[in-house]
Design a binder for this molecule. Structure first.
Ligand code: PCA
Length: 208
């Protein structure tokens, strides 16, 4: 079994992104029962989704888990939906701010992610790590790549589970902010994502 796990490069005021760090940590490890391919996506309106879809086509994974940073989140947040909207609250890394635009002119208003979100949230919580289900991935790049991924995979012959997990800030990103914001240590986030992959692996192996 093969998983594609992606993170994002730093954006906004920060020079690190927890999702990139988690993906780099996963790339250095071996797992029993599954292989992990990784990619770091640009925070760029066009190159972000393009890079993701290129990796999906090249690696032909059994499932896709995309990761991103969400400052202010207190837990590992497993997203349930991606909406057909671009409404950037800050510029992407190309300086572009897009407001009130559809991602896909002929696509549905939203897609549910196709990961077993409840089972993943429960597994991460059972591992002793704060985890929650989330109803909004926002309207910036994380939502956009998830929507475009689910739109691409909506063809029956391509149907594989795919979804998005938002991560809190790293402690070093949160440390000097006023007001203070929640954070989570890198090794805890790495354990959470490995727990997600083990749970997915078990679920995909169990005949329905
Ligand atoms: N978080 C942003 C984009 C890249 C990232 O890591 C978001 O939540 O859309």
């Amino acid at each position: 079994m093969k998983f594609l796990v992606t993170g994002f490069e730093p954006f906004g005021q920060s020079n690190v992104n927890p999702s990139e760090q988690v993906v780099r940590a996963l790339a250095r490890r071996q797992f029993e029962g599954f292989a992990v391919e990784t990619a770091v996506l640009p925070v760029h309106r066009f190159h972000g989704p393009q890079t993701l879809l290129t990796h999906v086509q090249q690696t032909r994974p059994d499932a896709v888990v995309c990761l991103g940073e969400a400052g202010g989140r207190t837990a590992v947040s497993i997203e349930r939906v991606a909406i057909n909207l671009l409404d950037f609250r800050i510029a992407d890394n190309n300086g572009l701010v897009v407001q009130d635009e559809l991602i896909s002119a002929d696509g549905p208003a939203a897609y549910f992610t196709t990961l077993p979100v409840r089972a993943l949230q429960q597994a991460v919580a059972a591992a002793g790590i704060p985890a929650e289900l989330s109803l909004s991935a926002g309207a910036f790049l994380c939502n956009q790549v998830t929507y475009e991924l689910l739109h691409f995979l909506a063809q029956p012959q391509l149907a594989i589970p795919a979804g998005f997990v938002h991560l809190p800030l790293l402690p070093e990103q949160a440390a000097n902010q006023t007001p203070l914001r929640p954070s989570m240590a890198l090794d805890v986030m790495v354990t959470a994502v490995i727990t997600i992959l083990h749970t997915l692996c078990t679920q995909l192996r169990t005949p329905r």
